[in-house]
Each structure stands twice: as structure tokens, then as C-alpha cells.
Design a protein around this ligand. Structure first.
Ligand code: C5P
Length: 421
């Protein structure tokens, strides 16, 4: 006997690539003793076949609103009420919108309007569709109506993007179904929805985080510049992770070829001096993370016309030192963020240089990475870092830059909370 023995689940499958996971969900529910009555929308049939779903459910698939045979056997009102729980997995943006506005133009939406049972939805869609204000409005309406949510999760999308919108795994949905049937409604809130009373707010809610990322370009003349190999991947991943943790994030980025992260305000700049001005304009903040590879030098006098070969030898470029953004922001004062984090890309005597940099810049932490030959850190997707503070040296294994970003934010949260406000 399990908690799902003899429970009857009306499972509505709507049209998204995550429909294939609904097949596994059916299997898991039946293993636990539940019976599953499957319903498909027209869109769902573009992704999985009714035959596959009915074979696994051991039951007929319902898909027509005006079916003479179905109405004779069991009308749609009865179908929606004979269940113990109505589950939509995957739930597309479209079906959530229909539910939120009470539309009933096919069997699935009609059942949702006619049911007198609780409804649990497992959304699955592209992250931009999920984060769209229209979808968020619909989700808020549905929550207020008492609809339960399981997910969506953050992750890689079938379309290649990364963020919130992946359907929860079948076993997580099974857990949520068990919880819903035993009256536990404290299921995790969907990403992006304001915390309901009694639930925890995201860790950086109400906090402001400023991040620099990418290289700077220091012009020589109208067509040439001094630059470096920074891709911006690490800085952008950090900005995205801070936004997912609930912070208001300002990302000051040098020229990069990667997309802007979700939920972040981006200020594009070219030179170190522009970057400093944009950072100062973004302060005050709770956390400043300097992940940009700022050029140390700029050409003292940028030529207004393209430099030409004159036959008189190569031109001499005179360089001036750029402002140090990290050191400037770290200076003690009322506007100094509670936590200031710098990066150090070193090729030798790594720890000694990182410790010296921590002291010289006046920041609270240095994220040290080895950029020596063969490390593939610049432009690559992984990084191997050591966190260095005045009292600690914390080496991490080689990880994806997104994983490093997540961990860095997780590490900073308790340190920020420990600071007097
Ligand atoms: O001195 P170095 O360039 O090695 O220091 C690296 C750290 O300092 C990074 O966090 C980088 O973003 C920051 N930095 C800066 N302004 C500069 C140079 C470096 O903010 N002009």
C-alpha cells in the first residue's frame, strides 16, 4: 500500500517537448498504485502519440470535446470530477493563460473549468515565455485561485537557452502529487513569483549587486584598439546567478559576443574610464563583483584619424594608466558596498599574487584563476578557482562557469548577512 494506492489522477498533457517526460510520469504513478486517466491537447499529439500514452496508462486517451462515444460513456463533467487530483504536465504558457482566464475551447480547458478537484500544474516552456509578464500574471492569478505548482526548474532548454522553464523531473512531480493528495500545499513556489506568506524569500531579495564583465577596448585610432581575450562568460554567469537569487543586478559589460543574462540591467561600455563611470553611477550596492578584465593601460592620445604607414618607421604609442575600478570601489567610505569581490588572473606564484592583490585593492575576496598556457580559462566554459580572503584559502575543483557563479553567490549570501547593515 502506498500513498497513491487507488488514487485516480486525471493527467492533462499539453503541447511541449517535455511531453515525453509525461510518459515516464505515468509509469511512476502507476508503479505507486495510482490509476491515470490521460487527456491530450491537440498540441501534445505533435510531440507524443496517443498510443504511447494510452499504452503506458493502460487507459483510453481522451482528446475530443464533442465526442459522441465519450459523452455516452462518461461526459466531460463527470470525467473532470471522478478524479482525486487533476494534473497538467507539461503545462504550456497557452494552457496556463486559458486556465487563468476561464477559457474552455477544447476538452482539456473545459475539464479544468468543470472540475471540483484540486489542480497541480508542472509548467514547461521557453524561459522568456515563462518570465513574460503575461505568464507571470497568469501564474499569480492561478495561485490565488488555489492552483498548485511544481516547478519549473532552472536548466538548459531544448531550444539551447538556459534559465527557468524546464519541467520538473517526473519523480519530483510524483512527490508533489503525493503532497497535494495528503493536503500538504507547501510546495515550492515557482521561480519568479513573489513569496507567499510563510514561505522564504530568495536569499538576495531586496539587495543590489553590481557586476563588471568582459574586456575593455582602449582605442588607438578610430579603427584600432587595445583589448584582451576575456569573453565575459564568467561575469555574465555571476550576474545571472545573482538575479536568480533575487537581487537587483546591474551588469556593466565591456564589448562581448554573448547574450545579456535574464533579469539583469545591462550597461554596455567600451573603455575602462566608461566602465568606472557606469559602476559609480550604479552605486550604492550591497555587493560589487569585478569580473571584468580591464585594460591596465590606454593610449594617452587617441588619434582622431586612422594612423598611416609613413615610411618613417612604426609609430610610438604612449600609454597612460587606467583607473583601477576595483580599488576605487573598495576605498573605505559610506558608498563602499558591504562586500567587494575581485578576480585575479595569474600565470605564476598564484596564491602570493592573489594575497598581495587582496591587500593592494582593499577588497574582501579575490577569486583567483590560473590562466597559464593550456588552462583554457579565457573564452572556455569551465574555470578552476580558489577563493582568497584575509583569513581563508578555499580551492574549488574545475567547474562550469555557471556552477562557479552559483557557488560564488551562495558563498557570498551568509557573508553579506553577517555584515552589520
Ligand atoms: O590588477 P589586476 O588587473 O590583476 O586585478 C584584477 C581585478 O581588478 C579584477 O577583479 C578586475 O576586474 C579589477 N580591475 C579593475 N580595474 C582595473 C584593473 C583591474 O577593476 N583597471
Amino acid at each position: 500500500m502506498t500513498s497513491l494506492s487507488n488514487k485516480r489522477i486525471l493527467l492533462i498533457v499539453s503541447g511541449g517537448i517535455a511531453a515525453y517526460k509525461a510518459l515516464d510520469l505515468v509509469r511512476r504513478l502507476r508503479e505507486r498504485g495510482a490509476s491515470v486517466v490521460p487527456v491530450m491537447t491537440a498540441g501534445a499529439k505533435a510531440f507524443i502519440t496517443p498510443l504511447a500514452l494510452s499504452s503506458l496508462a493502460g487507459a483510453k486517451v481522451h482528446d475530443e470535446l464533442f465526442s459522441l462515444t465519450d459523452e455516452a460513456e462518461m461526459g466531460h463533467i463527470e470525467l473532470s470530477r471522478a478524479a482525486d487530483l487533476v494534473v497538467i504536465a507539461p503545462a504550456t504558457a497557452n494552457i496556463l493563460a486559458k486556465m487563468a482566464s476561464g477559457l474552455a475551447d477544447d476538452l482539456a480547458s473545459t475539464l479544468l473549468l468543470a472540475t471540483d478537484k484540486r489542480t497541480l500544474v508542472a509548467p514547461a516552456m521557453n524561459l522568456r515565455m515563462w518570465l513574460h509578464p503575461a505568464t507571470q500574471r497568469n501564474v499569480a492569478t492561478l495561485r490565488a485561485d488555489g492552483v498548485l505548482f511544481c516547478g519549473p526548474e532552472d536548466g538548459a532548454m531544448a531550444c539551447g537557452e538556459f534559465g527557468p522553464g524546464r519541467m520538473s523531473e517526473p519523480l519530483a512531480i510524483v512527490d508533489a502529487i503525493e503532497a497535494a493528495l495528503t493536503g500538504d500545499t507547501t510546495l515550492p513556489l515557482p521561480v519568479g513569483i513573489a513569496a507567499a506568506p510563510g514561505t522564504k524569500a530568495p536569499p538576495l531579495a531586496g539587495r543590489r549587486v553590481v557586476v563588471t564583465s568582459g574586456p575593455t577596448h582602449e582605442p588607438i585610432d578610430p579603427v584600432r584598439f587595445i583589448a584582451n581575450r576575456s569573453s565575459g562568460k564568467q561575469g555574465h554567469a555571476i550576474a545571472a546567478a545573482a538575479a536568480r537569487a533575487g537581487a537587483e543586478v546591474i551588469l556593466v559589460s565591456g564589448p562581448v559576443a554573448i547574450p545579456n543574462p535574464q533579469g539583469v540591467t545591462v550597461h554596455p561600455v567600451e573603455t575602462a574610464r566608461e566602465m568606472l563611470a557606469a559602476v559609480e553611477a550604479a552605486l550604492p550596492a550591497d555587493i560589487f563583483i569585478a569580473a571584468a578584465a580591464v585594460a591596465d593601460w590606454r593610449v594617452s592620445e587617441e588619434a582622431t584619424e586612422k594612423l598611416k604607414k609613413t615610411g618613417g618607421g612604426a609609430p610610438v604609442l604612449t600609454l597612460s594608466e587606467n583607473p583601477d575600478i576595483l580599488a576605487t570601489v573598495s576605498r573605505p567610505g559610506a558608498r563602499r558596498p558591504a562586500l567587494v569581490v575581485g578576480f585575479a588572473a595569474e600565470t605564476e606564484h598564484l596564491l602570493d599574487h592573489a594575497r598581495a592583490k587582496l591587500a593592494r585593492k582593499g577588497c574582501d575576496m579575490i577569486v583567483l584563476n590560473d590562466v597559464g598556457t593550456g588552462t583554457d580559462t579565457f573564452g572556455g566554459d569551465t574555470n578552476e578557482v580558489t577563493l582568497v580572503t584575509a583569513s581563508e584559502t578555499i580551492p574549488w575543483p574545475r567547474l562550469d562557469k555557471t556552477e562557479i557563479a552559483e557557488r560564488l553567490i551562495e558563498t557570498l549570501v551568509p557573508r553579506l548577512e553577517a555584515k552589520p547593515s
